[in-house]
Write a protein that binds this ligand. Structure first.
Ligand SMILES: Cc1ncc(COP(=O)(O)O)c(C=O)c1O
Length: 396
C-alpha cells in the first residue's frame, strides 16, 4: 500500500500538509476562551466562504449527512411537505432521509446526468396556492453524476411563484470549490462537510442558516437532540459545544478557510474550473462521454465518465487500486458499473491531475478498451499549457 499517490475520489480529498499540521494539536480545554479563539474564527471563515454576511454557521462533529439532518429537523415538523428532485444518488439519499423522518416528499424525477428542473419546481410551487410546501431541496452538485445545478434558477422559481418555502441546498461537493452564493441565491440552509472543498478529513457537518431558517426552529417539531441548533447556539455563546467538539478538525477548518480566502474564492473556483477542463479534454480525446448531458451542467469538482456498453466501469476503479495504488470513484446507484469518476477537487495541481489521467489511461488500456496511451494526457497538457496556473513571465 502506498500513500504517495494523490487520490482522485470526489472526497475525501488530498490534504495539504499545513492542514494536517493544523489538525494535529495538543489537547486544550474545550470549554475555555482558548477554544473560542478557534471556534469563532472558523465560523466566520465558513460564513465568508458561503458568501454570506449574516448566515448563522453551525458545525457538528458529523458529516454531510448529519448536515442534511440538521437542516430538516431544525426547521420542519412531521408530515410537512417538501419538494425535491431526484437526479442522482445523493439527491436520492436526502429524499430517503426526509421520508424516514415522516416528511411528505413531492419528488420530481429527473434524468441522471441532467440538472435540477427549476421550471418544474416553478410550476409545482405556483400550483401550491395554500403554501403546503414548507421546504425545497436542491443538490447543487450531484457527486454521483458530475452534474451541477442552477441554484439561482431555483431561487427565481420560488420568487416567481411568490412562494415562502425554505430553500435548502446541499453544497457538499461544491462549497469551497465552486461558486456558491448563500445571500445572493437566498439560500436558507446550506450543508457541507469538512472532507471536500475544505480539504480536511471527514468529521464535520458544516451548515449555514438564514434568519428565516433560524425563525423556523421555534415551530419545528421533528425530534432533534444531537443536531439541535438551539443547544449549539447556547454553547457557542460560552465558547463551547453542548458536547465535546472535534477541536483539531475545527482548528484545521479555521486554517482551511484562511487558505481559501488568502487564495481568493474566485481564484479557487477558477483553479477548479481549469483543472476540470483538462480532465474533460482528456475524456474527449479518449472518445468517451460524460454522464453530465451538456456543458452547462458540467461539474468542476467531479467527472463521471461513461464506459462502452458491456464494459463494467467499476473494473477500472478496482484495477487502478490493485495495480497502480490509485483511487478513482465508482459509479453509484443507477449508474453503478456504467461510469467511473475522477474527483478533481480540493488540493490538486495540474501536474497531479495529469498523473490521474495517465493512470486512468493505463487501466483502460490494460482492460482492453480502445484507448491510445497518452491521448488524454496530451489533450490535458495542451489545455494546461494554454491556461497556465502560474503568472507568465515574458519569454525574453
Ligand atoms: C452531494 C453530496 N451530498 C451529501 C453527501 C453525504 O456526505 P457525507 O458522506 O459527508 O455524509 C455527499 C458525499 O459524498 C455528497 O457528495
Amino acid at each position: 500500500m502506498s500513500f504517495q499517490n494523490p487520490v482522485f475520489i470526489p472526497g475525501p480529498t488530498n490534504i495539504p500538509e499545513s492542514l494536517r499540521k493544523a489538525c494535529d494539536m495538543p489537547t486544550i480545554d474545550h470549554r475555555s476562551p482558548l477554544f473560542g479563539q478557534i471556534l469563532h474564527p472558523a465560523r466566520e471563515g465558513v460564513r465568508k466562504v458561503l458568501k454570506s454576511d449574516s448566515a448563522e454557521v453551525f458545525i457538528f462533529p458529523s458529516t454531510g449527512t448529519g448536515g442534511w439532518e440538521t437542516a430538516l429537523t431544525n426547521t420542519l415538523s412531521p408530515g410537512d411537505k417538501v419538494l425535491a428532485a431526484r437526479n442522482g444518488m445523493f439527491s436520492h439519499r436526502w429524499i430517503d432521509m426526509c421520508q424516514r423522518h415522516g416528511l411528505d416528499v413531492q419528488i420530481v424525477e429527473a434524468q441522471w446526468g441532467a440538472g435540477l428542473p427549476a421550471d418544474r419546481y416553478e410550476e409545482i410551487l405556483t400550483a401550491d396556492k395554500g403554501h403546503e410546501i414548507k421546504a425545497v431541496l436542491a443538490t447543487h452538485n450531484e457527486t454521483a453524476t458530475g452534474v451541477k445545478s442552477d441554484i439561482a434558477a431555483v431561487r427565481r422559481a420560488l420568487d416567481a411563484a411568490g412562494h415562502p418555502a425554505l430553500l435548502f441546498v446541499d453544497g457538499v461537493s461544491s462549497i469551497a470549490s465552486m461558486d456558491f452564493r448563500f445571500d445572493a441565491w437566498g439560500v436558507d440552509v446550506a450543508v457541507t462537510g469538512s472532507q471536500k472543498g475544505f480539504m480536511l478529513t471527514a468529521g464535520l457537518a458544516i451548515t449555514g442558516f438564514s434568519e428565516k431558517a433560524m425563525a423556523a426552529t421555534g415551530s419545528a417539531t421533528l425530534p432533534r437532540t444531537f443536531f439541535d441548533i438551539r443547544d449549539m447556539e447556547t454553547g457557542y455563546a460560552n465558547n463551547a459545544y453542548p458536547y465535546t467538539p472535534a477541536v483539531g478538525l475545527l482548528n484545521g477548518l479555521n486554517e482551511a478557510c484562511r487558505m481559501l480566502l488568502d487564495e481568493g474564492l474566485e481564484n479557487v473556483f477558477a483553479r477548479h474550473h481549469r483543472i476540470a477542463e483538462g480532465v474533460r479534454a482528456a475524456v474527449r480525446a479518449w472518445g468517451l462521454e460524460l454522464c453530465a448531458i451538456s456543458p452547462e451542467v458540467y461539474s468542476d469538482t467531479v467527472s463521471a465518465i461513461r464506459t462502452p456498453d458491456g464494459f463494467n466501469a467499476t473494473d477500472i476503479v478496482t484495477h487502478a487500486a490493485n495495480t497502480y495504488g490509485v483511487a478513482f470513484g465508482v459509479g453509484l446507484g443507477e449508474v453503478a458499473g456504467k461510469v467511473f469518476r475522477i474527483g478533481h477537487l480540493g488540493s490538486l495541481t495540474d501536474v497531479m491531475t495529469l498523473s490521474g489521467i495517465a493512470t486512468a489511461e493505463m487501466c483502460m488500456a490494460d482492460l482492453g478498451l480502445d484507448i491510445t496511451l497518452g491521448s488524454g494526457v496530451a489533450a490535458a497538457q495542451e489545455y494546461y499549457r494554454a491556461h497556465s496556473a502560474l503568472p507568465q513571465k515574458d519569454a525574453a
